[in-house]
Structure formats: C-alpha cells, structure tokens
Design a protein around this ligand. Structure first.
Ligand code: G
Ligand code: G
Ligand code: NA
Ligand code: MN
Length: 254
C-alpha cells in the first residue's frame, strides 16, 4: 500500500519498463520471440516483480500494468520489425487470467496492435496464472475475441501451480510454455527425460507449439534437441535484458 502511488506513477511515466528475454528455435538457436518482463527501480532500488505484480493485483493496478506492458512491447516490436525489414519476430507479454474476465481488454489490445501497426500474430499473450480461473466460460469467450484479432495465446507455466490441463482443452491456445520444474534434471535423470518427452508428445498431438522454459545448461539443450523439442527459453540462451543490449539483426539470423 505504501508503494501503491509510486507504482501507479511508475506505470504512468514508464519508469516501469520491459526487459526482454529471448525464446529460441533449438535447431539453430536463432531468436524467434522475446518475452517482455516488467522491471521497476524505485528510489534507486530494484523492486522485484514478485513484489510489485502482487501489489498491482491487490490494489487494482493490474489492468494498467498489463496495458502498459503491451503498449511498450508492441512499440519495441515495431522498432525491431523496421530494423529487420519484416514482421516475423514475436513478442510475449504476461497476462494474468483475470484480464480474460475483463470485457474491455480485447478492445484495448486491438488499439495497441493498430497503434503500432503490428502484423496479426506478432503479439503473444502469455496467460500466466496466479489464481484459479473459475469462470472458464467467460474467459474462453474473451480469449476467442482476442484470437479474432489475430493475437496468439500461450498458456504459461504449464505443469506448475494453477496452469491446468483443463485450460489447454477449453481455451483457444496456440502454444504452451512448460515450467522449468520439468527441465531441471533432464540431463542427469532418465525418468525426468522420459517425462518431458511425454509432455512434448502431448503438445504435438494437440497441435500446439511448446516452449520449454528455464533451460540453464548446454547439456539440457542437447537432451531437448534429442527429444525433438522445438523452442526453448532460459539463461542458457539469454537473460532478460534492456532493448539497448539486443542486436536484433544478429540474434534472429543464425
Ligand atoms: O524475471 P522474473 O523475475 O521477471 O519475473 C518474476 C515473476 O513476475 C514471474 O512469475 C513473471 O511471470 C512475473 N512477471 C514479470 N513481468 C510481468 C508482467 O509484466 N506482468 C505480469 N503479470 N507478471 C510479470
Ligand atoms: O512466470 P514466468 O514464466 O513468466 O516467469 C519468468 C521468470 O523466469 C522470470 O523471473 C525470469 O527471469 C525467470 N527465468 C528465465 N529464465 C530462467 C532460467 O533459465 N532459470 C531460472 N531459474 N529462471 C529463469
Ligand atoms: Na511468462
Ligand atoms: Mn512461465
């Protein structure tokens, strides 16, 4: 609560800003997308997202925070697309499920896409669960409106916490991000490897793209390739960084 007004101001002024972490194609490690992750330094001290995201949730600032991140990420993506001379790169923004219960959200997303002249499909909304999605009918209706805009929908943190297989079934998702708990031991443990292999098969059977998160070691990446995994994210490929530290031309071409 003491930080509510500063957080509101940081969203308004843009002091709350995205860092970008690469998502790569495992066949050649080229970057296919960046995930936007919110960063905020208040009075010289970085405030972790684990603090300000729950604060935004408690104080009603979550729609503003999310809209701001979409606006910033869309603008950044437009810049990158101009540099690249094409619009194939994607950007992912974290969207808490309660935004899927907000009937005005699709209109705000549409505005963001139009304002920055994105191609349909360049914006990926990562549905990041912080609570059970109790009204799946409403959520799937709003998700369908988002899909009608051409926006891609991804289920985040699959396998951990609240992300449920039921959502894979009832939401119009194009991709899923597999939580890092499933990748931890794959380079040392046969069971862990078999388990992740089964998850990848499941994604293929459902016809959705799978991104494996939290890949930290080259040995894990090697196992992922042998299992036929297509996309990955994690410190092994790059940490979240400011856009000034990204040379989008070399990162996307390998
Ligand atoms: O780097 P990392 O420390 O960014 O993020 C910690 C947690 O905060 C993660 O669960 C991540 O999904 C969440 N997070 C980071 N940025 C955002 C954001 O812009 N919106 C939401 N809703 N969550 C975010
Ligand atoms: O909830 P979500 O998956 O959006 O959160 C992403 C979080 O995971 C961020 O805090 C990000 O900094 C963190 N992260 C990204 N790559 C790695 C990794 O390789 N290892 C670990 N431990 N965390 C990671
Ligand atoms: Na995410
Ligand atoms: Mn995730």
């Amino acid at each position: 609560p003491m930080l509510r007004e500063p957080l509101r101001a940081a969203i308004r002024t843009g002091a709350l800003h995205p860092a970008y972490q690469p998502i790569v194609a495992l066949d050649d490690n080229r970057v296919v997308a960046y995930e936007a992750l919110a960063r905020w330094t208040h009075e010289g001290t970085p405030v972790p997202p684990d603090v300000f995201v729950p604060l935004a949730t408690r104080t009603g600032l979550l729609p503003d925070l999310t809209d701001h991140m979409i606006h910033r990420a869309a603008g950044q993506l437009a810049d990158w697309s101009a540099t690249l001379g094409h619009r194939r790169l994607q950007v992912g923004v974290n969207v808490p499920p309660r935004l899927l219960l907000d009937p005005d959200f699709p209109d705000r997303v549409a505005l963001g896409i139009r304002r920055h002249d994105l191609a349909p499909g360049q914006l990926v909304l990562e549905i990041t669960e912080d609570a059970l999605l109790d009204d799946l009918d409403t959520a799937s209706a709003i998700a369908r409106r988002l899909r009608a805009l051409g926006v891609m929908l991804s289920l985040d943190d699959v396998g951990s916490g609240y992300a449920s297989l039921l959502h894979l079934r009832h939401l119009p998702l194009q991709s899923a991000k597999i939580d890092r708990v499933f990748v931890d031991d794959i380079d040392t443990d046969d069971d862990a490897r078999r388990f992740l292999g089964a998850v990848l098969t499941c994604g293929r059977d459902l016809g959705i793209h799978v991104v494996v998160e939290g890949v930290e070691r080259v040995t894990q990446a090697t196992v992922l390739r042998s299992l036929g995994a297509v996309y990955a994210q994690g410190h092994c490929f790059g940490r979240p960084v400011r856009p000034g530290d990204i040379d989008v031309r070399t990162e996307t071409a390998r």
